[in-house]
Design a protein around this ligand. Structure first.
Ligand code: SF4
Length: 384
């Protein structure tokens, strides 16, 4: 096994714990035991090993949202970022308490689309694309009738709860990287053959998914707040918000070329948040769960370069010592906000819960619960 470690100053492979880290880890285990079935800890694939080792479930945002929805635990501690904890709160009962170990753990991509920006763009887009608002009909989610053309909003899971509420109220839906094609098919049925989807905040997931569905690039203009449309809105099929993931946009076709020059028989798998040039140059692309399955299915001795967050790549390399696994970008850093969930923060919130406090609760305001729940439940009701 070869793991190409990134040139950053943090401890990615923190499986060997220092005495201080071991003490924290032991205390977390004690607190978990004390809380028993009252506690559910969810861990995203991009979390460090010293967090993941304490998670009841490890998964992507789709899988973890399902686990939150199915759980009866009183306290759900979400080791991920803010929008994930919000979705967990929306999908759980009022009696359940969702806790984010570090309130500063946000997502820079999610922050690239605010409700104010989307609301302001919405009216302009309807006018310029000559489309109708699904909100103006009796059932905003009914399939479009003959001659009807709507603009249907689709938001990536990586967005704030108020945007999910906007989407829910306007007859739209949430998607993740593991179900984006199925969700877009659902949305096109509602938009009509001459309608369009407004996809936010990640332009790359939208463009890569549309491209895989055979939609020409010229029918997928980009919208940037304050600047406007890049491309023709009228007759377009997917209007892409300008957002991107600062981790995945770093993967490039030249890194793939470089890997292939060293490993002519190697394979490259990347996340669809990467730019389209990178996705097109790779051998396969898909969600974090897809990447995990893809790597597991390759034969022993395979040489694999992966274009996603380094904690997950390093963990896959550990899990498959019979394969050569490396990160596509040897200088990549972890997702800086995911990395804000340090074990000391996890220990701290558990201590406070045991002491009867409710620390770092993520509570989505009542007035935006209904719309965001509709948008999430529509997604959960659709098979991938
Ligand atoms: S990896 Fe990218 S999309 Fe995921 S939480 Fe980090 S910044 Fe957001």
């Amino acid at each position: 096994m070869t793991v190409t470690l990134p040139m950053c100053s943090v401890d990615f492979m923190d499986t060997s714990l220092s005495p201080e880290e071991k003490a924290i880890s032991d205390r977390i285990s004690e607190l978990r035991a004390q809380l028993g079935d009252d506690l559910l800890i969810l861990g995203h694939h991009y979390q460090r090993d010293s967090i993941v080792m304490h998670a009841d479930f490890l998964g992507d945002s789709f899988m973890l949202s399902q686990k939150a929805a199915e759980s009866d635990a009183k306290y759900i501690v979400f080791c991920g970022v803010h929008f994930m904890a919000e979705s967990a709160d929306i999908l759980t009962s009022d009696e359940q308490i969702v806790v984010l170990p570090n309130m500063r753990a946000g997502c820079s991509m999610a922050d690239m689309a605010t409700l104010r920006e989307v609301e302001s763009a919405w009216t302009t887009l309807l006018e310029q694309a000559e489309l109708n608002d699904p909100l103006d009909r009796e059932d905003p989610t009914a399939p479009a009738g003959p001659g009807e053309k709507f603009l249907v909003p689709v938001t990536y899971m990586n967005s704030s709860a108020d945007l999910k509420d906007f989407v829910g109220r306007h007859g739209g839906i949430v998607c993740t990287s593991s179900n984006a094609q199925g969700i877009l098919n659902w949305a096109f049925e509602r938009a009509g053959p001459n309608g369009a989807v407004l996809f936010f905040p990640d332009q790359h997931l939208g463009r890569n998914t549309g491209n895989a569905m055979g939609i020409p690039l010229e029918l997928m203009p980009t919208w940037t707040p304050g600047i406007g449309a890049m491309g023709e809105l009228k007759g377009s099929r997917i209007i892409l918000w300008h957002g991107f993931c600062s981790v995945h946009k770093r993967f490039t076709p030249s890194q793939i070329e470089n890997f292939r020059s060293q490993h002519p028989d190697g394979v490259v798998v990347v996340h669809p948040e990467c730019p389209i040039e990178t996705v097109s140059a790779s051998d396969a692309n898909g969600s974090t769960q897809y990447i995990r399955n893809f790597v597991a299915d390759l034969p022993s001795g395979s040489k694999i370069a992966i274009g996603t967050e380094i904690n997950m790549v390093a963990r896959l390399a550990d899990e498959h010592p019979d394969k050569h696994i490396e990160c596509l970008d040897e200088e990549i850093c972890p997702c800086s906000t995911m990395y804000m969930i340090h074990p000391a923060y996890l220990m701290d919130v558990l201590e406070r819960i045991v002491d009867g406090e409710i620390p770092n609760q993520i509570k989505v305001p009542k007035e935006i619960q209904e719309g965001s729940l509709m948008a999430l439940e529509r997604m959960l009701s659709i098979k991938k």
